[in-house]
Design a protein around this ligand. Structure first.
Ligand SMILES: Nc1ncnc2c1ncn2[C@@H]1O[C@H](COP(=O)(O)OP(=O)(O)OP(=O)(O)O)[C@@H](O)[C@H]1O
Length: 743
């Protein structure tokens, strides 16, 4: 199967027909591939759909029989039923259904009695007026046949065919309705009338079963599509996420998958049920009245022009709809994620404006294409009415009976909804192609970082880390060439060679942008170095599985992200199979147990969205507890730069102390205490390691370190972004330590 690239509706509207067909073909093949596991249920849906379509023919024939049997005006009781020939339905029903036979006989006897009463008024208790007799379903003597058909029928059938008799009462001649001569008894009429809802019910149920099966398949496909897209997104590297817009990704996984599912179901329904229905109606009508049918449908091509024009309009208006939908999602996601920033800057109105503009634009676009789409209905109907008008002239000329004409008209109007549904297929296909290509582009996207084919599973390492002449430059997507190009000319990290011993504590210092975080990303294999390599206990990290590599590394960063879940579950995220005792032990070591027990729900307290119900220090201790539970031999620590009161600082320090024990630790140091605790300090500048040594050594020989130390720690400020330093120089431990170190 060929690779698929996301196409927008805008691109589609500008493509040649051939190109659209090619993309649609690939997209549909992939989408139908998703249906393969459910082909049994799909086939069932298709069979029911075909049966529902074919049942239209049964309905036409059924209605024809019912109307002719029940209503006056037909020439004969014998009906020409396609494929069955000449049959008398009344006779058949009475003969084959014993209860109908009894009911019919009783009704006939009653009629005879009433007739007797009428011809001999003295014999009956009272002479019923003719109108009343008619109302009771009795027959009246035919005195003035209205048409030839009626007279013939009277002669040929046991129960005389419809005739209209003038009112017998002389005075009532002007006012009373002419008496209608009934062809069949009331029970037979009720029986045939009951067939009408039955026929519609059967067709309804066939359509229901078909739709149910197809929707079932559609839902399975939606489930698979969403899972696969989400799984593929999770496989993508951090690099991908720094390029992608989260709102758009949510829109693709949620909305585009749903659009693809809905459209593919509708399309399957349209492509199976509609053509069969049209064909079965058409063929049946052809058998009944070939000339009438052809003359009524011949005007149909007149619809094609307007439908095509409307299709173009819809395509153009719909081209930007997805873009706007994506924009709405992005605005919503950014606003909710940055709600503190929005609120603190009082930017609610500004965000509302962004949302409103996108929503309004989308509403306009939807209205524009809905208007264009809805106009198809009246066009098709008007053209259809033209056909019926022409048919009426033909019916008059041929002397076609009214009920036959009505049935044909009814059947013809049944074709239009199907024709209308078929006319929107083009739009449906376009929407499906856009949705499907966005989904499959993500599914087929190769992650920037993948496990090597024979990647080995790294067991627990001792923690020896070696970087050998490592260089890395961030890349950005090259949309023109479809690949990647360097985001900047300057490497984020270069010529980095380090040999870090197991169990040692390394502090990483350097000005902002010197490459400290990038080094962490390379160790976690979020990116692969452009040059050089990194080993863990002698294993090149590109040759081991990403999971096993990351199982060996714990990370505690400034970004203390917590899930909207309980404290317990947030700590358990470090090791999913941890017991409650282990969680409490980790929380105790992280100095979090005390404050957790003070919460109303203790370990079951919800942390709030991204941990918003807890303080910064509490969040940090929970992340430390998580890392303690993870118990990885290597720890990457990105210290918080935010100011913290001395007591909070001390608690965190102690918690970290418990965490780092016995591990290889690399800490991006923002606190003097961290620096002083480190076995070695790595100084970085412009992505390179400019020096490495103990605090005392570096203070003596490294100019950059001296500068950093004085700016960051001695002056009480963090350079160069002027963030407030978190070191409290008044603290006896620290001042003593500084003096001791300086001396
Ligand atoms: N995702 C990215 N895409 C492109 N460039 C990036 C990306 N992340 C970082 N950079 C660039 O790489 C360089 C090193 O950044 P890095 O974040 O590693 O520095 P740092 O020393 O951790 O800075 P700080 O102390 O301010 O966090 C900087 O020039 C930065 O602009």
């Amino acid at each position: 199967m060929s690779q698929i690239k996301k196409v927008s509706r805008k691109q589609l509207s500008e493509m040649s027909g051939r190109e659209v067909m090619r993309i649609a073909f690939i997209a549909y093949r992939k989408l139908f591939g998703y249906m393969k596991p459910y082909k049994g249920r799909f086939a069932m849906g298709a069979v029911f759909g075909v049966l529902a379509g074919l049942f239209n023919a049964v309905m036409i024939v059924g209605f024809q029989i019912i109307f002719t049997v029940v209503l006056p005006g037909s020439a004969s009781h014998k009906q020409h039923v396609p494929f069955l020939g000449e049959v008398d339905p009344t006779e058949w029903v009475v003969k084959h259904l014993p209860f109908m036979h009894t009911l019919d006989q009783k009704a006939k006897e009653k009629e005879k009695e009433k007739e007797k009463e009428k011809t001999n008024p003295e014999a009956g208790s009272a002479a019923a007026p003719t109108g009343a007799a008619a109302a009771n379903g009795t027959t009246a003597p035919a005195s003035a046949p209205v048409d030839g058909a009626a007279t013939t029928a009277t002669a040929s059938s046991p129960t005389p065919a419809a005739t209209v008799a003038p009112a017998t009462a002389p005075g009532a001649a002007d006012t009373a309705k002419p008496e209608v001569k009934r062809k069949v008894t009331l029970p037979v009429v009720v029986f045939f009338a009951a067939l009408i809802p039955l026929l519609l019910f059967i067709r309804g149920m066939l359509t229901y079963f078909s739709n149910y099966c197809l929707l079932w398949v559609g839902n399975q496909v939606l489930y698979d599509l969403r899972n696969d897209t989400f799984a593929s997104l999770l496989r993508q590297s951090i690099g991908f996420y720094s390029r992608a817009k989260t709102g758009e990704l949510i829109q693709i996984v949620f909305n585009q998958a749903r659009i693809a599912q809905q459209n593919v179901v509708t399309l399957a329904q349209d492509l199976i049920q509609r053509p069969v229905a049209i064909l079965s109606i058409f063929v049946t009508l052809l058998i009944y009245e070939p000339f009438f049918t052809i003359s009524s449908l011949i005007v149909f091509p007149l619809c094609i022009g307007p439908v095509m024009a409307v299709g173009r309009k819809v395509r153009k208006a719909g081209a930007k709809e997805e873009e706007e939908a994506g924009r709405i999602m992005v605005t919503m996601h950014e606003t909710f994620a940055g709600i503190r920033l929005v609120k603190s800057h009082a930017r609610e109105k500004y965000e509302m404006g962004r949302f409103d503009r996108a929503a309004k634009k989308m509403q306009e676009l939807i209205m524009r294409w809905s208007k264009a789409l809805e106009i198809i209905g009246p066009i098709v109907e008007a053209v259809a009415a033209l056909g019926i008008a022409a048919g009426l002239v033909y019916a008059w000329q041929r002397g076609i009976e009214a009920h036959t004409f009505l049935i044909i008209c009814m059947a013809l109007t049944q074709i239009y909804p199907h024709a209308k549904a078929l006319s929107r297929i083009q739009l449906l296909m376009q929407k499906t192609v856009v949705a499907t290509t966005s989904l499959f582009e993500i599914m087929e996207m190769k992650p920037d970082i993948e496990d090597a084919p024979n990647a080995e599973k790294l067991s627990r390492v001792r923690g020896e880390i070696k970087l050998n002449n490592v260089a890395f430059t961030y890349k950005k997507e090259d949309k023109k060439k479809g690949g990647f190009k360097k985001a900047t000319n300057r490497p984020a990290v270069q010529n980095v060679t380090l040999d870090l011993k197991p169990g040692n504590f390394y502090a990483l210092v350097g000005p902002s942008g010197s490459g400290k975080s990038t080094l962490f990303s390379l160790l976690l294999r979020f990116y692969d170095p452009d040059k050089g390599y990194i080993t863990l206990d002698g294993h090149d990290i590109r040759r081991v599985t990403q999971d096993s590599l990351r199982d060996n590394i714990g990370v505690v960063s400034q970004d203390t992200f917590l899930f909207h879940d309980t404290i317990e579950e947030n700590i358990r995220y470090g090791r999913l199979d941890a017991t409650q005792e282990e969680i409490i032990e980790a929380a105790t070591k992280a100095h979090a147990h005390e404050f957790i027990m003070q919460q109303e729900q203790k370990y079951d307290t919800m942390c709030g969205d991204t941990g918003s119900k807890l303080s910064g220090g509490q969040r940090q201790r929970i992340t430390i507890a998580r890392a303690i539970l993870r118990n990885a031999p290597i720890l990457l620590l990105d210290e918080a730069t935010s100011a913290m009161d001395s007591e909070g600082e001390k608690i965190i320090q102690e918690a970290l102390h418990n965490l780092i024990e016995g591990r290889t630790v690399i800490a991006i140091a923002h606190r003097l205490s961290t620096i002083l605790e480190a076995n070695q300090i790595i100084v970085m500048e412009h992505g390179e390691v400019s020096d490495m040594g103990t605090h005392a050594e570096l203070l003596q020989r490294c100019e950059l370190y001296q500068r950093l130390y004085h700016l960051q720690f001695k002056s009480g400020r963090v350079a160069p972004d002027e963030a407030v330093a978190d070191v409290n120089l008044d603290e006896p431990y620290e001042t003593d330590a500084i003096e001791a170190a300086e001396s």
